[in-house]
Structure formats: structure tokens, C-alpha cells
Design a protein around this ligand. Structure first.
Ligand code: 9WO
Length: 243
């Protein structure tokens, strides 16, 4: 997977790639991430990337020309890519979307700043608009890094055991069961007996129960979504219950 991040803060992206799973993905050759400095695509001495909004109002708006120039340059240099614009207007990111994006060969991510981006960037270029949640950030970079982080760990050969990306929260439609490691007792808090029993069946059953319990308590919406899917696929057999 090759990712180009169009940004006015290229150093932010470089810092992010210096640790953890994203770094491992890069070292293993599964991922390349290049920050593309939007100011490199300006024509004036001040390397201007923003201007005052037509119609008045506070703040500045990102100019069309540098963004179109950056996208044209990337297309010419590297060929076609899936383009993602990080914006609260986009469709909410979820694990399924990350899986879809992780299948692609090339991504261009555009990170906005200031009050917003000239609407003609939206209309004149084909973007997959993605939101990471219902809140406003100061720029799209952090959202872009959320995307890259979520994708990096899904790329083949990056995380040692592929099962650890499958069985976990969201893929299974439930949250994960609690984890414990040494010591067996810490400040009077013991590890649940079953985890020390060596009975793998009992452990699997306990984890399933705990996962359902925590999901019911915290994210009943995930169970409802899973139930809806189960009903939809059971519909053909006319089974209106959850199995
Ligand atoms: C900001 C905004 C606020 C309310 C409704 C729609 C909106 N769109 C934008 C927008 O595109 N802003 C640009 C990028 C410029 C200002 C900073 N930007 C931004 C992106 N802030 N927050 C995001 C973002 C991206 C993905 N998921 C959540 C928030």
C-alpha cells in the first residue's frame, strides 16, 4: 500500500511513522507513506495556500490551485489512486471501511485546514469523503493518521498473527473480553480463576460470555446491528430469531 498525504504539516506525518505498528509496516515494505507538502505546489513567493472567504466571515479558506496541482502531480508521477478527503461531512469510518481501504494499492489523503476548503476541490475532484467521528479538529492530519494506523495493522505480514486482527472487537460484532497478565494477584485483585485453569474450552466460553456482557453494557448498538445482519441472512430460511 502506497499512501500520499497532502498536507501543510508534512513533519507531523513523519513523526507519526517513527514508532509502533505503522513503523513496522513501513520497515517490512508493506506500507509507504509520503507527506506531500502543499506549499510545494504554490506559485507565489509567500507560498500561499489560503485566502479570505468570498461573502465574508471569519477565518481563511484553502485555495483550489495548490490542491489541484498536488493531485495532478501525484497522478502523473504515480498513476491513479483512491482519493480520501478527511472531513466531518464524510461517511463515518468503521472497521469494515478500514478493511476495504487496506485492499487498495494507492491512496491519496487530503488534510484540510483553516475554516475549510474551497468547495470546488470537493466538486472538481472525485473524493471518498471520510469522517472519523462527530467532532471538529483543527486539521485533517490526525484523522488521516487514524486511517493509516488502522490500515497498517491490517496489511499482510505486519501483525504476526492474522487471527489477532480478526477475532477482536468489531470484526466479531462485539467488544473484547478482558485481558490479564502476571502477576496472579495485584493489590488484592486476583486474575479470574478460569484463566489459570488450563481448561481451554472453559476459557473460550468465559471469554465469549464476558465479551457479550461488556458489549451489552456499553455498546448494545453493536449487538443490534449484528442481530439485524443475522435476521437479514436468516430471512431466506424464514428464521426470525438470532442464533
Ligand atoms: C469542518 C467542518 C465543521 C462542521 C461541518 C463540516 C465541516 N467540514 C470541515 C472541514 O472540512 N474542515 C477542514 C478540515 C478545514 C478545517 C479542519 N478540518 C477538519 C477535518 N476538522 N475536523 C476534521 C475531521 C476530519 C475527519 N473526521 C472528523 C473531523
Amino acid at each position: 500500500m502506497h499512501v500520499h498525504v497532502i498536507t501543510i504539516f508534512p513533519r507531523l506525518i513523519e513523526g507519526f511513522l517513527s514508532a509502533g505498528i505503522p513503523r513496522i509496516a513501513v520497515e517490512k515494505g508493506a506500507l509507504t507513506v509520503e507527506a506531500v507538502d502543499l506549499r510545494e505546489f504554490t506559485q507565489d513567493a509567500h507560498r500561499t495556500v489560503d485566502d479570505r472567504p468570498f461573502g465574508g466571515g471569519p477565518g481563511m479558506v484553502m485555495l483550489c490551485a495548490p490542491i489541484f496541482a498536488a493531485v495532478d502531480h501525484l497522478d502523473r508521477q504515480h498513476g491513479p489512486a483512491h482519493r480520501v478527503l478527511l472531513t466531518p461531512h464524510g461517511r463515518r469510518l468503521d472497521q469494515r471501511k478500514l478493511r476495504e481501504l487496506a485492499e487498495l494499492d494507492r491512496l491519496q489523503l487530503l488534510c484540510g485546514h483553516y475554516e475549510g476548503i474551497d468547495e470546488r476541490v470537493r466538486n472538481g475532484i472525485d473524493w471518498d469523503e471520510v469522517s472519523i467521528g462527530d467532532y471538529v479538529l483543527s486539521g485533517g492530519e490526525v484523522a488521516a493518521m487514524v486511517l493509516v494506523d488502522g490500515i497498517a495493522r491490517l496489511l499482510p505480514g505486519v501483525v504476526g498473527d492474522p487471527a489477532s486482527t480478526v477475532s477482536e472487537s468489531f470484526e466479531a460484532g462485539v467488544l473484547e473480553a478482558p485481558h490479564y497478565t502476571r502477576p496472579r494477584e495485584f493489590r488484592g485483585m486476583p486474575v479470574p480463576e478460569v484463566l489459570l485453569s488450563g481448561d481451554h474450552q472453559a476459557i473460550a466460553r468465559w471469554r465469549e460470555e464476558e465479551a457479550l456482557k461488556i458489549t451489552k453494557e456499553r455498546r448494545a448498538d453493536l449487538l443490534l446491528a449484528r442481530a439485524a445482519m443475522t435476521w437479514a441472512s436468516a430471512g431466506a430460511e424464514g428464521k426470525p430469531w438470532i442464533e
